[in-house]
Write a protein that binds this ligand. Structure first.
Ligand code: SAM
Length: 395
């Protein structure tokens, strides 16, 4: 039997070459500091105060390197504690940090179940780890115990529908290769995989590609010995049971039932998201942010004119140009194509977004009511897709 630790010693995941840090930065959710600020701190975090962060199950370092690099570039103070069980993964993460000359990171080979022993944190990243624990609930609880009352969690766990076909293959390979070592399992599974019929649920699933990227990716996806997924209802129960409240999923538009149908009056917000996941049918992960249960956090919205908007996915000039035509246009978000319809009057406001100007600055010279009417449409069009986020990180 290959344990989770054995696997990540043999195949640190994701497979990364530290030399690549010289040419590119891998970015994404969670742990983009602007996104974190938007969802956990109402877009109003005071970044002059050091961010005490933990990366729990940091692997080869994608989330860690993104967070440390972006805070360093912004000149913001931070201390990051990296934890992982795998020495081989930690070695890659350390080397990546070295190549970038990053400081302020402490590396530990340890279990996230011991997270509270490392202090209290303003932010905890746990991406792609909790669903690999034998008792994920204990992991959610340990992270909650390590989180400051004013802090929050950025998480990613697997979702079932976009992973169609994965679990039957994991079960078959698990039964066939119980007594093989990691390298033998990989070779044997690859040989079988090549013989699967083209109509196999896994082979027809367009949402999965890790098995094509690297040996570590193939192993992680199809040979994992401990792997479960969460539907929205199961995840909300797990969060609640561990003392967390969901702050928001990333790209909350994906969880919006009203996109498909009028939401029945009898349905609460959680039930509506459960149904939206089933109708969406493509989600392979749930990405989002959570806060300690009962914590009241401001919502990042234009109600607060001192907030600073950021645009993701396109430059303000490109987006402003598309809006200035007055015609509806499309943006891509994952495998979704979203139709955007905004008035021409939104274009000059979008063009003024530079990650430093506040809404007050953008509205300068305009009648506040006119500005509010146009901006509310911009916000409604873009925030469901994380195209517009608020943070004062760069001011
Ligand atoms: C799929 S990788 C994800 C790595 C990284 N978070 C990322 O998103 O790129 C899972 C990582 O969790 C680590 N891990 C699994 N169980 C753990 C535990 N109980 N405590 C700390 N790390 C753990 C593994 O060693 C592995 O590096």
């Amino acid at each position: 039997m290959v344990s989770v630790s054995d696997q990540y010693e043999a195949f640190p995941y994701p497979e990364r070459d530290p030399a690549d840090e010289r040419t590119r930065l891998i970015t994404g959710s969670p742990s983009d500091p602007i996104e974190m600020d938007h969802y956990l701190f109402g877009g109003a975090r005071d970044w002059s105060k050091p961010l005490r962060a933990m990366v729990a199950g940091g692997g080869t370092g994608d989330g860690l390197i993104q967070l440390a690099t972006r805070l360093s570039r912004a000149g913001r103070p931070f201390e990051i504690t990296y934890l992982d069980l795998s020495c081989a993964s930690r070695a890659v993460a350390e080397k990546r940090a070295d190549v970038r000359g990053l400081t302020g990171i402490t590396f530990h080979t340890a279990s996230l179940l011991d997270a509270p022993d490392f202090g209290e944190f303003d932010y905890i990243d746990c991406c792609g780890v909790l669903h690999h624990l034998s008792d994920p609930g204990a992991g959610f609880k340990a992270l909650r115990a390590a989180c400051a009352p004013t802090g929050g969690l950025g998480f990613m766990v697997y979702a079932p529908l976009g992973r169609s076909g994965v679990y039957p293959l994991q079960q078959a390979f698990g039964a066939l290769f119980a007594n093989h070592g990691p390298a033998e399992r990989l070779a044997a599974a690859r040989a079988i995989f090549a013989k699967l019929p083209s109509g196999h649920l896994f082979k027809t699933n367009p949402h999965l590609g890790d098995h094509k990227q690297s040996d570590a990716g193939f192993y992680d996806l199809l040979l994992h010995s401990q792997d479960r997924s969460y539907d929205v209802g199961e995840l909300l129960d797990e969060l609640t049971g561990a003392g967390w409240d969901l702050a928001s999923f990333c790209q909350p538009g994906r969880y919006d039932l009203a996109r498909f149908v009028e939401v029945p009056a009898t349905m609460d917000a959680a039930q509506a998201m459960v149904i939206a996941e089933k109708l969406n049918g493509t989600m392979k992960v749930h990405l989002g942010y959570a806060v300690p249960a009962g914590a009241v956090r401001p919502v990042a919205s234009a109600a607060k004119r001192s907030l600073v908007p950021h645009l993701r996915a396109a430059t303000p000039a490109q987006l402003a140009k598309a809006v200035s035509t007055g015609n509806p246009f499309s943006i891509k978000s994952g495998c979704e194509t979203i139709r955007i319809a905004l008035p021409k009057s939104a274009a000059p406001l979008i063009a003024r977004i530079n990650g430093k100007r506040s809404l007050n600055d953008i509205a300068s010279g305009m009648d506040p009511i006119t500005f509010g009417g146009i901006w509310s449409q911009i916000e409604a069009a873009f925030t469901p897709w994380d195209v517009l986020l608020y943070s004062r990180l760069l001011t």
